[in-house]
Design a protein around this ligand. Structure first.
Ligand SMILES: [Ca+2]
Ligand SMILES: [Ca+2]
Ligand SMILES: [Ca+2]
Ligand SMILES: [Ca+2]
Length: 233
């Protein structure tokens, strides 16, 4: 009886392997496992080889050996920084590791990518739109660690202009909100700010000199920093 159950289990794994698309290889793997007790790991190997291509196949196999983690299954498994179920590095997830694009920098605190744009100066609305057009958001600074990384590593302090960050109270005076939609908890205001000077300041900048924040006139033209979330994170 036990033997028959094992056979049926083996057959169903074999059928699943074929359906997943790896043809002869899937069948052979399942046949081996039907006579032993390690059907599970055989199945993992099949998933790794069928859901990824080329170099990623190797990563999938390694994940299987580690206890079921499969790169390319769209699930964030232990040991994976991201898993977007594809092998397209343009979305900043490459082989289940975050890989920021050239000219971007990764903060290990959240594995997001950051870039500042200094070729031109622009008002807040245009900075907001430019980040979105690149698949990102005008930067949110929601912890001391993120603030320190952006000010210390991303900002070129030889360029003497403030940077727009994605924080505004344009909808309700005094109620600041991140463009990213994250809760507004951490702050890094300069002393005396925000002051809504002349009742005309609804957009927030980071001072290039100190890294502290100031609400300013949204029509002023500054540099800006974008933040990107890699796919499958
Ligand atoms: Ca995975
Ligand atoms: Ca952020
Ligand atoms: Ca204001
Ligand atoms: Ca101000």
């Amino acid at each position: 009886m036990r033997k028959i159950q094992g056979l049926i289990l083996g057959m169903s794994i074999a059928a699943w392997g074929c359906a997943a698309g790896s043809g002869g290889e899937g069948g052979a793997g399942a046949q081996d496992t039907s006579s032993s007790s390690t059907g599970g790991s055989g199945g993992d190997g099949n998933v790794g080889s069928t859901t990824s291509t080329g170099g990623m196949g190797g990563a999938g196999g390694m994940g299987g050996a580690g206890g079921g983690a499969v790169c390319g299954d769209g699930l964030l498994d232990p040991g994976e920084e991201c898993d977007d179920a594809n092998a397209n590095p343009a979305d900043r997830c490459d082989g289940c590791m975050v890989k920021c694009l050239p000219d971007e920098q990764e903060w290990t605190g959240n594995h997001h990518c950051y870039a500042e744009f200094t070729a031109q100066k622009t008002n807040y609305a245009n900075a907001l739109q430019a980040c979105a057009a690149n698949g990102g958001v005008l930067v949110s600074l929601t912890s001391q660690g993120e603030q320190d990384f952006v000010y210390g590593t991303v900002i070129d302090k030889t360029l003497l202009l403030p940077r727009w960050i994605g924080l505004t109270d344009i909808n309700t005076e005094g109620a600041f909100a991140w463009e990213s939609g994250e809760p507004f908890m951490y702050t890094h205001w300069e002393t005396g700010q925000p002051d809504d000077y002349n009742a005309s300041e609804d957009c927030v900048e980071m001072y290039h000199v100190t890294g502290e924040w100031n609400d300013d006139n949204c029509t002023y033209e500054y540099h800006y920093v974008c933040e990107y979330t890699p796919a499958g994170l």
